[in-house]
Design a protein around this ligand. Structure first.
Ligand SMILES: CC(=O)SCCNC(=O)CCNC(=O)[C@H](O)C(C)(C)COP(=O)(O)OP(=O)(O)OC[C@H]1O[C@@H](n2cnc3c(N)ncnc32)[C@H](O)[C@@H]1OP(=O)(O)O
Ligand SMILES: CC(C)C(=O)C(=O)O
Ligand SMILES: [Mg+2]
Length: 508
């Protein structure tokens, strides 16, 4: 089985992500993490670009032990000298020399002819080889380069001493079929390449960076360049964790292994995300927040019965503790029942569970994320409504911005009698409470009103507490109402208090 190497460029191409700027200490920390993650070679920077980049490459060179440390250089002697200086303390130094070979780049950017480009490659790779044992050459914009000329450029670099040839899809233009064929074309047309490692470097402009890297591997690439979380110039680079996991999970197909310690994937990804300030999209493969989350009922039921039904890898494989079954409107009774058990509601009868499940579905239609506290509230709310003799059946409000508010309310008694009426008030809550007073034909006194948000977010559930007293009997009761809507929760709390007053009257 072949071994595929990983060349990480999170600190060089990754730092070309607009807005990303790692300081030296952060870069050293990342380098150490990448070494422990099993990265074979780390492009620590482009030393000529600034004193800061030079210092970071030097510090990483000193800090890293077994991993190869790479410095980038244009085909300019001063760039190669700077890389040499920065890497002089590295245990395993490597230089990466590049020059664009596509007609567009040669004509408009470099203002160089094909002959000048070939001469520059020969001169600078030869010079790099006089200072470094490991020399990598990249024909920038290879995938838009005329193929015969690309082979000439690569052959020139190999003849001058390059032992690693990287084939960049600089602008993310290629697709897996073409990119794979390009590796076939290069390897069958270049000479003396027995000891040359071919490497791929893809950008994600058309969303094909991972697929292209895998196509390169299928066609002879022994090394993959990429970044953690796929950060990088424009739409980013190949995400190393995606290729590493694809090779692992589909070893049957790719017949390849890597040196990556997969269990460190999540912590490595988290570190890059934290220090780069680039959050990971929820649906990002492997490391996105939803990668191991199952929301729909049929999937949740399957995963509860056997995770393999809907998971091609375990969360533990990438260093996560567990998968996640978020509850939402598409969840089913199995997942809901499992959540009730997790939260300690183990004594519910099947009928009680069914009532709660029906209420949960109504809530989930209104609320995007159902949190544990929502379930607690649901159970608590249900306990309130099943124990009370009055239940809110309907509430309608008419709101005017500069006048009296009006409410129409229907209440059902435990004998299934429906009572309804309407009233106005200065505010919506006063209108609701005046209406309930009319329905109950009693003027009680509202002594206290308190509202709490049970969960966070715009769609949080509200819990309303009221203290109500009967002036005739001096009896004082506490009522509570829980609902997604504040005004409904307020009505429920008041009705709950009335239920208690009625209970008290019955017992007198
Ligand atoms: C595909 C990639 O990701 S390539 C890497 C991109 N990374 C960066 O650019 C890192 C940050 N860059 C920098 O700090 C600066 O661009 C530097 C220090 C590298 C160069 O700065 P300057 O000398 O001011 O030049 P500037 O960036 O404006 O222009 C680039 C010059 O390099 C030349 N050049 C570009 N690529 C190469 C190359 N591979 N070999 C030789 N010369 C090159 C350009 O033709 C241009 O030359 P010119 O000044 O003769 O026209
Ligand atoms: C420097 C080169 C390899 C590069 O980043 C690219 O071509 O995308
Ligand atoms: Mg690049």
């Amino acid at each position: 089985m072949k071994t595929i190497q990983f060349f990480d460029t999170s600190l060089r191409d990754g730092e070309q992500t607009p807005g990303v700027n790692f300081n030296t200490a952060e870069k050293v920390r990342i380098a150490k993490q990448l070494e422990s993650y099993g990265i074979d070679a780390l492009e620590a920077g482009f030393p000529i670009t600034s004193p800061g980049d030079f210092e970071a490459v030097s510090e990483i060179a000193k800090a890293v032990d077994t991993m190869t440390v790479v410095g980038l250089a244009r085909c300019r002697k001063k760039d190669i000298d700077a890389a040499y200086e920065a890497l002089k303390h590295a245990n395993h130094p490597q230089i990466h020399v590049f020059l664009a070979t596509s007609e567009i780049h040669m004509k408009y950017k470099l203002h160089m002819s094909e002959e000048e480009v070939l001469a520059s490659i020969k001169e600078h790779v030869t010079y790099a080889k006089s200072l470094f044992e490991k020399v990598q050459f990249s024909p920038e914009d290879a995938t838009r380069t005329e193929k015969e000329f690309l082979v000439k450029a690569i052959q020139t670099a190999v003849d001058a001493g390059a032992t690693i040839i990287n084939v960049p899809d600089t602008v993310g233009y290629s697709n897996p079929t073409e990119y794979g064929e390009l590796f076939q074309y290069i390897t069958s047309n270049c000479q003396n390449i027995d000891n040359v490692i071919f490497s791929c470097h893809c950008h994600n402009d058309l969303g094909m960076a991972t697929a292209n890297a895998l196509a390169a591997i299928e066609n002879g690439a022994g090394r993959v360049e990429g970044t953690i979380n796929g950060i990088g110039e424009r739409a980013g680079n190949t995400a190393i964790e995606e290729v590493a996991l694809a090779l692992h999970i589909r070893q049957d197909f790719y017949q390849a292994k890597t040196n990556i310690i997969l269990e460190k994937t999540k912590m490595t990804s988290d570190l890059i995300s934290r220090l780069s300030g680039i959050p990971i999209h929820k649906t990002k493969p492997i490391i996105g927040g939803n990668a191991f989350a199952h929301e729909s009922g049929i999937h949740q039921d399957g995963v509860l019965k056997h995770p393999d039904t809907y998971e091609i890898m375990t969360p533990q494989l990438i260093g996560l503790k567990t998968n996640h079954l978020p509850l939402g409107k598409l969840s089913g009774s199995h997942a809901f029942g499992q959540k009730l058990i997790e939260l300690g509601y183990t004594n519910l009868t099947p009928e009680e569970q069914q009532i709660l499940f029906d209420e949960f579905k109504v809530l989930a239609d209104k609320k995007k994320n159902i949190l544990d506290r929502d379930i607690h509230a649901l159970v608590a709310g249900n306990a309130i409504s099943t124990s009370q003799s009055l239940e809110l059946k309907n509430l309608q409000l008419q709101f005017t911005s500069n006048g009296q508010q009006a409410a129409v309310i229907e209440i059902e008694t435990s004998d299934k009698e429906k009572l309804s009426d309407s009233a106005t008030g200065l505010g919506s809550i006063q209108a609701i409470y005046n209406t309930i007073n009319r329905i109950m034909d009693k003027d009680v006194q509202l002594d206290a009103f308190r509202i709490e948000s049970l969960t966070s977010g715009e769609d949080a559930q509200a819990e309303v507490h009221v203290e109500v007293s009967n002036p005739e009997t001096q009896e004082s009761v506490h009522g509570v109402g829980i609902d997604f809507d504040i005004l409904t929760a307020s009505a429920k709390a008041y009705i709950n208090a009335f239920s208690k007053l009625r209970e008290g009257e019955k017992h007198d």
